[in-house]
Design a protein around this ligand. Structure first.
Ligand SMILES: [Mg+2]
Length: 237
């Protein structure tokens, strides 16, 4: 068997927890939420309940496999129904607190040397893409690396319409990069969704920090810079 890492021609990245660190971001957003809660003590519990229910509903939708409905809408309709609030109102809260408000803080949570790591991979001839369960475009711009990616794909893209670990997004991502899944390596931070999904798509994976990989074609690393040596045979990074 050829080494799937040495033979890689493309790298597909997860975004949250992979291109930036979750812990400082979560701390920052908790601070922002609590500060907002001081000024809006009545609305605050409702906001927290909505955000929590949205996250939990999304985890529950990991096995969603319908084609008749758009996941982009279902992800709001399911928790909105459970909460008894209009889906549009929930969508607006999520847009504000999970997308718009975190953007200015993303750069500060980026993995140190992120741009350099991506440039090294590009310099080694790799095609680079992002496949995320959330819309990646504005986050990549906030991280200052949108220009380095050939593909930016969300699970809610109509061609995917599946959250990880369904293999479809991994396969579509590789297709858009113009590289076979077997020559694409997925880099993520969750073995249960990133590692499992990559494996199901026939893709090797690198799992950043924490959990173990999911088999012989999955490797665990401790910091993002390690992907350079792993994929290019270079000792830099
Ligand atoms: Mg992640």
């Amino acid at each position: 068997m050829t080494d799937p890492f040495g033979a890689a021609e493309a790298v597909l990245f997860d975004l949250d927890g992979t291109l930036y660190r979750l812990a400082p971001m979560r701390r920052r957003m908790l601070f922002e939420l609590l500060r907002w809660g001081m000024i809006h003590p009545v609305a605050f519990p409702r906001l927290m309940r909505c955000l929590r229910e949205f996250r939990s509903a999304r985890e529950g939708l990991r096995d969603f496999a319908g084609d008749a409905e758009a996941l982009a809408d279902v992800q709001f309709e399911v928790p909105a129904k459970r909460l008894g609030v209009p889906a549009e109102e929930l969508r607006e809260m999520v847009e504000e607190w999970m997308f718009r408000r975190p953007l200015p803080f993303l750069g500060g949570a980026a993995w140190p040397g992120l741009r350099g790591v991506l440039l090294e991979l590009k310099g080694a001839g790799m095609r680079l893409g992002v496949f995320s369960d959330y819309a990646p475009e504005r986050k990549l711009e906030a991280l200052g690396v949108r220009d380095l990616f050939d593909v930016a794909l969300a699970a809610t893209d109509p061609e995917v319409n599946r959250f990880k670990p369904d293999p479809r997004g991994f396969v579509v991502g590789a297709a858009r990069l113009g590289v076979a899944p077997t020559k694409t390596v997925y880099v993520g931070d969750r073995a249960d969704v990133d590692g499992v999904g990559a494996e199901a798509a026939g893709m090797a994976s690198v799992i950043l920090a924490g959990a173990d990989g999911v088999g012989p074609r999955s490797i665990t690393i401790r910091e993002l810079g390690q992907v350079v040596a792993l994929l290019t045979g270079s000792s830099k990074g």
